[in-house]
Design a binder for this molecule. Sequence first.
Ligand code: NI
Length: 135
Amino acid sequence: MDHELEHQLYAEEMNTKKINLAEKFSRIHEHWRPKVVGELNGQEVKLVKFKGEFVWHHHEKEDELFLCIKGRMSVEFKNYRVDLHAGEFVIVPKATEHRTLADEEAEVLIFEPASTKNTGNVTHESLTAPNGVKL
Ligand code: NI
């Protein structure tokens, strides 16, 4: 077995394989449907493309982090909104009503507990996405 392949297989087994965000995002072709690219300590690292307006919701028990990787996105709260450029993040505290927005397509990394439903307390016909979908 060649050395490169041997290293790669070992890295996969050890869960130390590096993740390239651009490569992962190139394989996402839909909006608002998070894909799991990493797991640690009961939390998940998810990648998602945003475009348009999401539904208002909150999460009873989970804080969620949104890190803008490419483009621009906003998180709107009841009385104000946070605008994020690439390289900026915000944490939405549990039980806080919010929705996400992006005029143009944005690439976003989410870090939150594995159990977190994307639409929180709301079930939405097209926006509620299944959990645990790996990329
Ligand atoms: Ni949320």
